[in-house]
Design a protein around this ligand. Sequence first.
Ligand code: DGI
Ligand code: FE
Ligand code: FE
Length: 197
Amino acid sequence: MDLERLREATRRQMPEKRWVHTLGVVSEAAKLAKRFGGDRSKAELAALLHDYAKAWPIERQGQAIRDHGLPAELLEYDKELWHAHVGAWAVQAEHGVDDEEVLDAIRYHTSGRERMTLLDKIVCLADYIEPGRDFPGVNKIRKLAEHNLEEALVAGFDATIAFLMEKGKRIFPLTVIARNGLIDELKDRKKTGSAGG
Ligand code: DGI
Ligand code: FE
Ligand code: FE
């Protein structure tokens, strides 16, 4: 896989503003990987590709979900969730990206999932706190991210869930499951007294 070609192909999928966001997520993911002992090159690759399909017309995203056997229940929830699964499919189909850990981190970067891997967490959190982000509570999440990956991520999901509630929107159940899983992890870690990330 030619990384430079992949970068240019990704850049071509999106307007400049989204590309700047993408570069912010790449640099943030690299920092988090270093801080929490993750694989830096996988984190950077997943971050580069995480919003690959974000700017695709929504009809194209819906068509990809229907045509390629992606989870049909996505169609019943906010369209903002679609690009994650569509992007994972697209980078595999169009560019031969075949690292399942990287594909999962792309696939679940918006919703989160049960038992998130270290790579899932890094990409999801980097997406929340990259330098260009500005939403209520982002600085608190940045602060938490200095020391605790899971606490920061819970705060991120809290902000998203609060936003969805404010807007009267439905919540994708996997997001609630992801948040519960992270809280369980934090609780278990306290019990066993291990430091963890
Ligand atoms: O693609 P980005 O804008 O960089 O960020 P993202 O992939 O995390 O998408 C976030 C958007 O998804 C945000 O506006 C909220 C929306 N969304 C809608 N329903 C849900 C949801 N996010 C989560 N985590 N869970 C949902 O149920
Ligand atoms: Fe996204
Ligand atoms: Fe993003």
